[in-house]
Write a protein that binds this ligand. Sequence first.
Ligand SMILES: [Mg+2]
Length: 432
Amino acid sequence: MQQLLGNNYKSKQEIYSLIDCNSFYASCERIFNPRLFSKAVVVLSNNDGCIIARSDEAKKIGIKMGEPYFKAKNIIKKNNVQVFSSNYSLYGDISQRVMEILSRFSPEIEIYSIDEAFLKFDGINKGDLYDYCHNIRQTIKKWVGIPVSIGVGNTKTLAKVANRIAKNDKKRKGVCILLDSAEISLELANLDVAEVWGIGKKLSKFLKQNNICCANDFVQRDRRWIRQHMGVVGERISMELLGFSCLSLEMIPNLRKNCCVSRSFGSPVETINDLSESVACYATRASEKLREEELVTSVMSLFLLTNHFNKNDPQYSNSVKIQFDYPTNDTIIIVKKALQGLRKIYRPGYRYKKAGVIMLDLSIESNIQGLFETDRIKSKSLMKSFDLINFRYGSDTICTAAEGVKKLWSMQRQRISPCYTTRFSDLLKVKS
Ligand SMILES: [Mg+2]
């Protein structure tokens, strides 16, 4: 078999697990608000637009993913569903805590998204896997308060399949170990091909036209046929489902190509003053992101646009590219240049819906040497103090005056919960 497959496929039996937080955003809201347990909870997208997370109870009532909030208002009211604006400071912080715990259980970890990670379990006896996974679940529940589901398989794709079973089949108690070949075939026969990781809606439509309905039909199909119609990506999925690992863990995140910060305004913005404040805020946040990842930018793009869905309003959109004298991540320099750029593209008489900045041409800070050395060292130590103060006393303790104070343009988040873990003033108060 190995010869047949070539060197790209490893025949050594590896063990992958996928750990996924259950209804992550809704679960985060519950940690500090025990009254929400066993109640239906939903979380809204930016500007309270659509439903982007639902607890199990909310799913059962029939609230749909991605549904606009205003459309779901009746069903929400009737069932006393608890509604929250998205609180990314909270979710990001809780995610970091979960990932930190996970990394104690295996040195090989790939953080796949805010609420999902792959761990490799090489060296753990098969017989011990179930207890090991339960230990992970209990530790995360006890230390952070988030319920997780764990799926285990010989490949990342099979770990995904197992995770789905762990989540949907309550008898499994949150853990599914899928290593037995007879059990794998059975589960693949029960799995709609559209649900296989990497296949998606469009490909599954094509597959169904060719009589491939479940994942088992897919792996039974001749590999040459798959390669011919789906290329090497499809072939890889098929191999992974057969238990041959083709996708290894990506432990070092790929270097970012750009860094974008943009938001829709809570209500239309018309004046250059309000626009300047928002652009200064986005430029500040983008600079912080660059510093967090020790990157610098040499070109920035700035854009603004009106709401083209609003047919009655005159429309305008524009963008401008701004070059820096040297690669930087200095908030003061970036904000200043962004505001210069804004003055170039701003036109009065329009109702703006959105603005944003994109940092382009990123490079690693420590690789930049030579030009403007003294300026860069001065800027670096100033920014270090900036970040330290904001870390210690909460974000926005120190900021550029350009960001403004009232921020009338900012996002609508009428139902946001406190930032329990990242802002001192929001710490939970306990009364006795
Ligand atoms: Mg999840």
